[in-house]
Write a protein of this length. Structure first.
Length: 94
């Protein structure tokens, strides 16, 4: 773990890190945003169910990849997010 900004930058360069996703939570620790890697093959049932603060979902792949992803029908039950932002557009969850 990096202990300074300089160590952090060095770690990024040494590991060829392309993106850092900060998870944004509210004061009670509720997720507001999640990023799903393009390498994801399926989303388990109840993965984000009842995450009532989850307002934003990003998928690092394309809309076509998202549509091929195996999603259990309950993966996003009671989630306020209504869309998934993909690398080439937006997919509605409704």
């Amino acid at each position: 773990m990096a202990r300074s900004a300089q160590e952090f930058m060095q770690m990024i360069q040494e590991n060829d890190i392309k993106m850092i996703d900060f998870k944004i939570v509210d004061i009670n620790g509720q997720f507001r945003h999640v990023t799903i890697p393009a390498s994801t093959q399926y989303i388990e049932s109840w993965a984000f169910a009842d995450c009532t603060s989850l307002e934003s979902i990003t998928f690092e792949g394309t809309m076509e990849q998202w549509n091929w992803l195996y999603n259990y029908t309950t993966w996003n039950q009671n989630v306020p997010a209504t869309q998934v932002v993909c690398s080439d557009g937006i997919v509605s969850l409704n």
